[in-house]
Design a protein around this ligand. Sequence first.
Ligand code: PLP
Length: 471
Amino acid sequence: MSPRAPESYNLFLNTSLKDEDPVLYELVEKEKYRQFSGLELIASENFTSQAVMEANGTPLTNKYSEGLPGARYYGGNEYIDEIEKLCQTRALEAFHLDPEQWGVNVQPYSGSTANFAAFTALIQPFDRIMGLDLPSGGHLTHGYQTDKKKISASSIYFQSMPYQVDPKTGLIDYDRLEENAKLFRPQLLISGASAYPRDWDYARMRKIADNHSAYLMCDMAHYSGLVAACEQNNPFDYCDIVTTTTHKTLRGPRAGLIFFRRRPGEDKKTSIETRVNQAVFPSCQGGPHNNTIAAIAVALKQAASPEFAQYAKQVRANARALAARLISHGYTLATGGTDNHLVLWDLKPQGLTGSKIEKICDLVNITLNKNSISGDKSAVTPGGVRLGSSALTSRGFKEADFEQVADFLHEIVTLAGEIQASCGSKLLKDFLAAAEKNDKISDLQKRVEAFATSFPMPGFDASTLNKPTTH
Ligand code: PLP
């Protein structure tokens, strides 16, 4: 039978984005040029591949599939089941896990929902959790609260007592964690962080958890790509449950995963597996995003390849090169360096704030984020910035290129110091107004853009992009 005439349905359903919505299309084009023409140093970002983006843009987005493969609440899921099972298998393979010992739920919409679902599976409302404090580099979802307010749902629905880094060394103070755990008696101990440049002592944390019959969880969101490539200690050796985002070092689409340990002979009804699967759906989420699950499957296939192992090695080498060059310019880094993909740079010795450096970097096409450094007096104006090497390594940057990046950063910090001294005000808005008028800033912006655009761009064809007239 030939297809029906197009008049029988709305024509705009088959129109390209460019033709249908030129306003939105242009904004996307501008964002693509921004990504291509800048130095992306945000440690939680990466540039995913064309194949991942293609999978993410498929008609799989049309399908409802509440439930799990083989047990859905909707019909028509024969191919969706295959896709989700493929994603599960690849997740276990990418992290070298035996399916007898580990399972995975690939449906979480993001890292935050994966974490909340993991808590929902493991513990009861008002149970006690211990995670790394946000000002020490921990993530919001690990129980963050301030003196005045419970910020994260993880501190609203559970009782949270954070552990911290030693303010002198910047390293996790495991001794103090152990002491405090004796008083607080947590039901759940969380390892993993968002701004910690060193590796984790999971064996030590397992011991502390065992002292209180607590679960040990790892949120490896930031460095899961490095774990897959065996470039970090392996949380699976010690933890009961491991969560991750899929879009940071793992270089996939935006989503989350929850891995759970299987125990031989356990009662299926009360197993962590059953509790995790029920926590994800129906407790915390509705229908899975099947286009995203397909894109995760692609990313995991890539993450299991020798090329990805090489990439992960280079990510670490590049972070080390960046750190070493900054130190050679006389700067202070939290913990004095890095073991992973990120560098925490303390700008207090230069009399600058992370906010000022973040803003002035935006003016010269360098993207990074302000970050608190242990010992900062104010969380509102953090004393440092966080830098990551994952995204630029995806663009083919090597150690020498990261030394050039460090030299650009040195230039900008030197300039920021001059601008702050000459503008006669410590206010961010006055500082920015002075920076915008500074000729050296516009010169640096041009040099950064020329440098950035000399590298290839993963995921899309940058050669067809036009430089936007307004940025
Ligand atoms: N866990 C950690 C350690 C993170 O760093 C982040 C995000 O940066 C998340 C969880 C949350 O992930 P998402 O933004 O996907 O919710």
